[in-house]
Design a protein around this ligand. Sequence first.
Ligand code: GCU
Length: 348
Amino acid sequence: MGNDKWHYLPKMILLGSVMILIAGCGRDDSSDKRIIRVGHNQSQNHPTHMGMEVFEEYIEEHLGDDYDVQLYPSELLGTQTNMVQLTQTGAVEITVASNSILETFNDQFEIFNLPYLFESQEAYRAVMNDPEIVQPIFQGTADSGFVTMAWLDAGIRNFYVTDTQINEPEDLRGLKIRVQQSPTNVRMMQLLGGSATPMGFGDVYTAIQSGVIDGAENNELALTENGHGDVVNYYSYTQHQMIPDEVIVNTVFLEGLSSEERRIFEEGFSLMQQTQHEAWAQKVDEARVHAQENMGVEFNYPDVSAFREAVLPLHEEVLDNNPTLKPIYERIQEKAAEVSETEEGETE
Ligand code: GCU
């Protein structure tokens, strides 16, 4: 783990490779197969890449005469924001994008970026697996050039910093913390008292190492798969967000599929999602142990109520600015209540 030192690669090489790839967009001349480019920003050990490999295998097994699926991990096609733009134009067919950054492309995605939206991972998964809640958002972006065909687990986001354990919001005061490039996340950080430094995921390691920032916030795999555990000492379970990754697909490409091809691609997306979800919990457990034992990261579990209280005004701010989200927000609360009633029933 942590051996995928892609963050050291000079940006010029990456940019060069993107240009070459896109110049060769479309068909593989030697075999006349349609190339399907899949971009993401995780390492090849990550559950997301495991999901992509299963997808590639499935599509090529069933449609291999016509399609060649090519996987580009580790920001090889650029940052997530670049990859979303490339997916809008069709230069890339499929991209994994954090729901956070998608809010800048379509404001319906804001809803899942709210801190402390979900009481538990069970509630989060139940909501994300409920087509009535998510499909209007997932399919409602066709005008922006893409739709969402699967969601991937990205766990729970927590703070990790170089010099101090975070036990209460006060501990974040004055610290420069990297956040994703999303207005909701910047505002969340302001409400918590820290100084928000938005940047792409691939720049975080070097920014912490060089002291440009004091830390960041993410799930445990960032410590191991991205090596952030080498440059921070404390990981604090503030559990402030559960933000899914969305698998977005260029609409022109999807609409060009025959109904039989579409059926096979949909099955491929569903297998991708299932594989990623199944691998998630085990990878997180392994990452926690590895970060603690081999990277010297200290974990702590603060009382989250003060963090929750500090950021709750953001729910109202977002709903006031974007009232179309209100019915979805209410439905999410209902769903969460149903989940906790079922859980209570099961434990009685
Ligand atoms: C998680 C998430 C990524 C995202 C990253 C980030 O790793 O899975 O999609 O890019 O967080 O903080 O940028």
